[in-house]
Design a protein. Structure first.
Length: 271
């Protein structure tokens, strides 16, 4: 008779739209047991997790004390979904590792942290190895569609000299946070300012370009990126915005990876 497997203890951190989706997926896994949930939003703290994720869950109440909640899942996993910028969430990741938790995070920059944050990457890697724990940055993009998937497909192609990936996303029915990142409804000055400030654009495309290249065996020593507005060819209506013909309805973002001055990957994303 096969011996029953013990469920892995899970703590959730970050219960925005993505975090709630992660929670619902985790609830469908019989080998995962959600024992804690962490969020700083006062409208969520103190509420039952089941009420926030709109799904039946164990009797878990959302807390704001990360340390106390993490201790409930010691020896298990933290499913982390609080931010895209690694320098802003390094402390949360380090706290989880110190508490004895493996971490799976949606932080886009964590998918290949050595590109923008080599010092942070080194600190976290050193801490994870010291604690003998895993730390993984993953997601749909980066994490799969424009990096792992082409790398996997390239594995059956023999030698690959260059990678090109094109993705087009219709954001009209997507969550409001994504629509805001595309610049839909802004004028050109507002769009350019958002790009400069880092509020407009998809975080992680440069990381995906590096990962896709490395995944097919190509070396990378430089990655650059451009972000340009996309104009509406007709009047367009989204769930949270209206854009007249000629107005900005989204963006075209292109990341290029190079080795010794030669282009080895182009990732072309239109949202």
């Amino acid at each position: 008779m096969q011996e029953a497997r013990l469920a892995i203890k899970v703590a959730l951190m970050g219960l925005g739209a993505i975090g709630r989706g992660i929670a619902r997926c985790a609830l469908q896994k019989h080998d995962l047991e959600i024992v804690a949930a962490i969020d700083l939003d006062p409208h969520r703290v103190g509420r039952k997790l089941s009420d926030v994720v709109d799904a039946p869950t164990p009797e878990v109440v959302i807390g704001s004390d990360a340390g106390a909640e993490m201790r409930k899942a010691q020896g298990g996993i933290l499913l982390h979904a609080t931010g895209s910028r690694l320098d802003r969430i390094e402390g949360e990741l380090a706290q989880a590792l110190t508490a004895g938790l493996c971490v799976v995070s949606t932080c886009e920059e964590l998918s290949y942290p050595w590109l923008r944050h080599p010092e942070i990457a080194e600190r976290l890697d050193r801490l994870a190895q010291k604690r003998k724990l895993a730390l993984l940055g993953t997601g749909v993009n980066p994490g799969f569609v424009m990096d792992r998937l082409p790398a996997t497909l390239g594995a059956v192609c023999g030698h690959v000299g260059r990678v090109r990936v094109t993705r087009v996303v219709d954001s009209r029915s997507r969550r409001k946070q994504l629509q805001l990142k595309t610049g839909a409804g802004l004028n050109e000055e507002e769009f350019d300012r958002g790009v400069d400030e880092g509020t407009i654009g998809h975080v992680g495309l440069m990381e995906s370009a590096a990962l896709a290249s490395l995944g097919v065996g190509l070396e990378v020593d430089e990655v650059d990126e451009s972000i340009d507005p996309v104009e509406a060819e007709e009047d367009m209506q989204g769930d949270d915005f209206t854009v007249p013909k000629g107005g900005i309805v989204g963006l075209k973002q292109v990341a290029r990876a190079f080795h010794d001055g030669k282009e080895v990957a182009v990732l072309d994303l239109t949202i």
